[in-house]
Design a protein around this ligand. Sequence first.
Ligand code: SAM
Length: 273
Amino acid sequence: MANTNTDKLFGGDALGAYAMRDVESVAGMLQSGSISVIWSLAELQDFFGVTGDVAEIGVHHGRLFIMLCLAMNAGERAFGVDLFGDPPGANKDDHDQFLANLARFQIQPDHFDLAVQDSRTLIQGQWPGSAGNVRMVSVDGDHRRDAVLRDLALAAASLNEGGVIIADDLFNPWYPTVTEAIYEYFWDRPGDMEPVAFIAANGPVETGAAKLLIARAGFAARYKAGLKLLNQDDLKHCDAFAGYADVPSFYFAGQPSKRPLDAATAEILADIT
Ligand SMILES: C[S@@+](CC[C@H](N)C(=O)[O-])C[C@H]1O[C@@H](n2cnc3c(N)ncnc32)[C@H](O)[C@@H]1O
């Protein structure tokens, strides 16, 4: 398998520079462990030839959304949805800050669509506009059980074959309803979507929490192998979860880090996948 998708919309170094440095200039909930693994995930998708749009439910000031945008290749688009207050849009400061942050990274209105509305009003299979062709979607909106279950279903319906859900706040003691919903999601959907990696929380709870990557069964083994390879220094162990075997857990003590997907790692990856 070749590294086919390298036509980066914002340049080949933009994602790495953001992960290693610039992310700190954007307020929000995304810790260095999640940054490291999502960075690897984006590189693996390029390697595996997974193309498509990126999306997030709950963008806040754009800390993760910008990272997803900087991973985009030519021809891809980003989709976000956020309430920005009650009624939707009432929190003009947050909305303005989101737009200003994107502009700082040269992410222009023709690169993304933002829906300022309750994700409950979105229809499965119709959001985002390119539903069925999304390769990464973050679920980080309303944290109540029913809302998480609904957003996970919305996210899953948006994905293409190699697409991945980035589910936020698993095991966060502030939001036990998220853990309840994610666990329930797997028991209700045997054999379709699988957990592929836990990213443990590694900072104060107000800066984020653990995340779980979820992919279709057909791609799960490839993502697990790739993430274990690129983040082997921070792989702690593999455990069964919700009936699925061998889910790797990553814990990062410090700054974002990963091994490069260079010729040597690409050869190993091609061999093992
Ligand atoms: C934890 S923050 C998201 C953090 C963000 N992902 C980041 O990278 O920093 C949760 C966001 O979800 C939004 N939200 C909450 N309930 C929502 C709903 N029902 N529909 C859409 N957005 C919602 C909030 O307005 C808030 O901006």
